[in-house]
Design a protein around this ligand. Structure first.
Ligand code: SAM
Length: 205
């Protein structure tokens, strides 16, 4: 699953998204989104860490021949301790970068050849959502803070940004491991359904 974040810090070992540490499992969801939506739309991924899922998305788009505006959003300061065991999964990368892994994320995008295809916003999910017009985004995928309040805030901020027919989705839809994710999705998006591997998805019908 995840290798040491420091392994990606050389600027030499990363050439493909598969080389980037992370927790990405929804490649089939990316392929479905790229096949489903006409080119010209906007996809936003909230929570990028070092760019594993974001570079995969850029590759799926590039392979499709379609053109999408791809936006990654991350504070680049990690989520802090979370989950039942209070693990600070991003802490080493944050510390390695002197309090931010923004440089490493950007270098990984460059190394994978997608720096010109992906816009990175270094900032919080909720204030970044305000930069987008309502009903303007085809697909927003949320993989940021996994506690109830964070997921609820992300859903509340991004749901109005999803265009009619668009998708709002997120990672780690597992009650045993991430009860806050499941509870927030149930409370705010009762029509959401399990999707892909361990994702949830709400369609703006
Ligand atoms: C689980 S990781 C993302 C993993 C990534 N999608 C991958 O495939 O490897 C969660 C990320 O969310 C970011 N994050 C946490 N809270 C955030 C917030 N409020 N706004 C933006 N990013 C946030 C963290 O910095 C961290 O990089």
């Amino acid at each position: 699953m995840m290798s040491n974040p420091g392994e990606a810090d050389t600027g030499v070992s990363v050439r493909r998204w598969q080389d980037i540490p992370g927790w990405f499992t929804w490649r089939d969801a990316q392929e479905e989104a790229v096949a489903h939506f006409p080119g010209g739309g906007t996809f936003v991924e909230v929570g990028n860490y070092l760019g594993r899922s974001l570079c995969s998305l850029a590759e799926v788009v590039a392979d499709s021949g379609k053109s999408f505006t791809l936006v990654g959003v991350d504070t680049c300061r990690g989520s802090g301790p979370e989950g039942p065991r209070g693990i600070d999964a991003h802490g080493a990368a944050v510390a390695d970068g002197g309090g931010t892994f923004a440089g490493l994320l950007h270098r990984n995008l460059i190394a994978c050849g997608f720096a010109d295809q992906v816009l990175i916003v270094v900032g919080g999910s909720v204030p970044t959502a305000d930069l987008f017009a309502d009903a303007s985004v085809a697909w927003v995928h949320i993989d940021a803070g996994h506690d109830y309040d964070s997921v609820a805030a992300d859903i509340t901020a991004w749901r109005p940004k999803v265009m009619p027919g668009g998708w709002l989705s997120g990672d780690d839809y597992i009650a045993s491991a991430w009860p806050g994710v499941v509870a927030a999705v149930h409370d705010l998006l009762p029509r959401a359904q399990p999707w892909s591997t361990i994702q949830w998805r709400w369609v703006n019908e």
